[in-house]
Design a protein around this ligand. Structure first.
Ligand code: SF4
Length: 345
């Protein structure tokens, strides 16, 4: 259904996480990052080695840059910092680094129980891969969800298998759709990670990813742009001039297009990626997140648009499957995609 009026009061014309949490919990809620030491099947050889082309776990988890402590100790430390810095009152434990369901069931139980039982934690956010959530893991998470909310975040990045192959993702898009179906009806709040600006994907290709998410039982989304972190295979491509990174204004326009197609109910956890300055190679514009978010607000206002304005509820999963089987809309050849030679803009 296409929305004819903006559903979001205030400057943010989308369902921003901070506003959603305030509405749900009635106070300032922040996520405490926890690193439970999980590796990744894409790194340890279970699926492949080398990891995703853009990935350096140390760059996106503050705790992986510190000596490892217990889950409880990490939560206590994080709460102290977030209370002092932001006046946060309630907290979610965010299992961010690595693939947080890649382990034996008894380890998963032990790790998540520490967070669930922490008196100041009101829910868990668990980041993982769609090929790493077998039914026994989902059963376990549902057991915990009876006590506190569980947000399960699945990394999709894109519905285009050739892009997934280019980034050495180690799974196809179908793994995501299959995981979502197995989660359907369970007491889990599902989130998805997507990435825009992948070489070889045109704007139409990227928006096809947004359309494919319509009709799925998703609660939240994190949208990232392709950004380059030091000492990754992506950095080597970037330094050789084999990939281009979106400029801020290009990305702002793309993000607004993407938001317009999303279900207005989906909570927007993120609109761009970031990395600490010491790790980030490009682009530099994402270091000024406040300016980026203001630019998105301005662009939506200029268009008189909002999240869900062109959401097509009628795109069923079956139609999405048909769309997924289509080739990339862009003229890039498979070889172009692998070499990162084509710019999506
Ligand atoms: S699946 Fe996640 S943790 Fe594993 S290599 Fe890719 S981005 Fe990194």
């Amino acid at each position: 259904m296409t929305e004819s009026r903006c559903l979001f009061p205030g400057p943010r014309r989308y369902r921003a996480l901070s506003a959603y949490l305030l509405e749900r919990f009635g106070c300032k809620v922040r996520s405490v990052t926890v690193d439970a030491g999980f590796t990744c099947p894409n790194v340890d050889g279970t699926v492949t080695t080398g990891g995703c082309i853009f990935c350096d776990n140390a760059s996106f988890s503050p705790n992986r840059r510190l000596p490892r402590t217990s889950v409880t100790a990490q939560i206590d430390r994080g709460i102290a910092i977030l209370t002092r810095r932001y006046g946060a009152e309630r907290f979610l434990a965010y299992f961010q680094a690595g693939t947080n369901t890649h382990g034996r069931l008894d380890k998963l139980r032990h790790v998540f129980a520490q967070a669930i039982q922490h008196p100041r934690i009101d829910g868990l956010i668990i980041g993982t891969r769609p090929d790493c959530v077998p039914d026994p893991v989902l059963d376990l998470l549902e057991e915990f969800a009876a006590q506190k909310p569980i947000w399960l975040e699945l990394g999709l990045q894109t519905i285009h298998d050739r892009s997934l192959e280019w980034m050495n993702r180690g799974h196809k898009a179908e793994a995501f759709f299959e995981a979502v179906e197995r989660c359907r009806g369970r007491r889990l709040e599902l989130g998805v990670h997507v990435m825009l600006g992948l070489p070889g994907e045109s704007a139409a290709d990227m928006l096809a990813t947004a359309d494919a998410l319509a009709g799925l039982p998703l609660h939240a989304i994190k949208i990232h742009h392709l950004y380059v972190v030091k000492d990754t295979p992506l950095e080597a491509l970037y330094q050789r001039g084999q990939i281009a990174i979106l400029q801020r204004d290009e990305y702002v326009s793309l993000v607004c297009d993407f938001l317009e197609r999303l279900n207005p109910e989906i909570v927007i956890h993120r609109l761009c990626g970031d990395a600490p300055p010491a790790f980030l190679v490009a682009p530099q514009w994402c270091l000024d997140k406040a300016a980026f978010l203001k630019a998105v607000d301005r662009e939506l206002l200029r268009r008189d648009s909002w999240q869900g304005k062109s959401y097509r509820e009628g795109i069923s999963t079956r139609r999405a499957v048909i769309r997924r089987s289509l080739p990339l809309v862009s003229a890039a050849t498979n070889q172009d995609v692998r070499a990162g030679a084509s710019h999506p803009g």
